[in-house]
Design a protein around this ligand. Structure first.
Ligand SMILES: *[C@@H]1O[C@H](CO)[C@@H](O)[C@H](O)[C@H]1NC(C)=O
Ligand SMILES: *[C@@H]1O[C@H](CO)[C@@H](O)[C@H](O)[C@H]1NC(C)=O
Ligand SMILES: *[C@@H]1O[C@H](CO)[C@@H](O)[C@H](O)[C@H]1NC(C)=O
Length: 315
């Protein structure tokens, strides 16, 4: 099968991850342009590391530093890599080759290209993400002209270690939210078949952890980083074209509680499905059982507000 050329569309995952982080960290920022353009691409496997920092008591003190790195395995022995970062007080950066950073998928433990190296030391426990190269400074946009965006030398080295067990969306999710979502759809045998197929072809798990390391940007000097965030791994076939829109909210609380809440619209099956989990400080995990989060009320116009209120229960 030929490799599908990278589509210059805004990565949906990123838009939503950034949206979630920004929403959670009390940030005000417009979503990337065309943030909900579906990607007509099929992923074979994908690893997403999304890490954010927030040292906040009052909203005014919130620290919106984050790192998003992604590795997606494609057909024909190729891998696509992403890198986005934001350093509080310095700015936002993305890889200048994005979204066309393709590397050879030769190793099973280490992937590297365009200055970025992602390596795992222990499955589900420890990853290393290093970068040494040039990044484009400026807020995210779909297309850059050659003259735009200053290229800045950036060097960082982060080690991620898990702080929770794995939440397996296919096994650990609470059936109530799925039952509720399905009950909202007109019932046909075709719907049932599409749901069955979807559930058999795509798998995903996720865990929380902490990344520690150091970053050096241009002549801003060195900064120590300590970021909490998720490692999300999905595999099988995920057809982005089937997803109309989704919003993902990630939260980490001072007492160690971590939560994930996604509301997603897949017109072929469920137009309003809620999924997610809570990890309690004692390590216990629970699937989201109910939430009042409504897609229609969350950034439908593509603009991310400073604050959102959602309620949910998990059991
Ligand atoms: C880290 O992940 C491993 C493998 O999933 C798990 O056994 C371990 O309990 C996790 N560590 C913590 C602190 O949750
Ligand atoms: C923001 O958080 C990062 C990561 O913990 C830290 O390195 C940085 O110094 C913080 N910045 C500010 C302005 O507090
Ligand atoms: C959901 O509950 C939260 C907290 O009570 C509230 O702020 C929010 O407005 C509710 N959302 C909807 C759509 O009812």
């Amino acid at each position: 099968m030929p490799v599908v050329p990278a589509v210059p569309a805004v990565p949906a995952v990123l838009a939503l991850v950034a949206a979630a982080l920004l929403a959670l960290l009390g940030a005000g920022r417009a979503a990337g342009p065309g943030a909900w353009v579906p990607l007509k691409r099929w992923a074979l496997g994908c690893l997403l590391l999304c890490l954010g920092a927030c040292r906040q008591r009052a909203a005014a003190e919130s620290n919106r530093t984050f790192v998003i790195a992604r590795l997606a395995r494609r057909p024909a022995g190729l891998c696509e890599m992403w890198l986005f970062l934001r350093l509080d007080g310095i700015g936002e950066f993305e890889h200048p080759q994005h979204p066309n950073m393709m590397v050879r998928d030769e190793s099973k433990e280490i992937w590297s290209g365009g200055g970025l190296t992602m390596e795992y030391l222990k499955p589900q426990r420890c990853w290393k993400i290093n970068f040494d190269g040039l990044l484009r400074k400026g807020s995210y946009r779909q297309q850059w002209s050659e003259e735009e965006g200053e290229l800045v030398p950036v060097k960082f080295s982060l080690q991620w270690e898990n702080s929770t067990d794995v939440f397996n969306f296919n096994v650990d999710s609470n059936p109530s939210t799925f039952a509720r979502a399905l009950a909202q759809e007109p019932w046909t045998i075709q719907l049932f078949q599409r749901v069955k197929k979807q559930r058999k072809q795509h798998f995903r798990h996720e865990q929380w952890g902490q990344s520690v390391g150091e970053i050096e940007i241009g002549n801003y000097g060195k900064t120590e980083l300590s970021l909490k965030g998720i490692r999300s791994h999905s595999y099988g076939v995920r057809n982005w074209a089937e997803i109309s829109r989704y919003v993902m909210i990630l939260a980490h609380f001072e007492d160690g509680t971590a939560a994930h809440l996604t509301v997603i619209n897949m017109p072929a099956t469920t137009t309003h499905l809620t999924v997610g989990y809570v990890f309690f400080p004692d390590g216990r995990k629970a699937g989201i059982e109910w939430s009042n989060a409504s897609l229609a009320e969350l950034a439908e116009d593509g603009v991310i507000q400073d604050q959102y209120g959602v309620s949910f229960t998990a059991a």
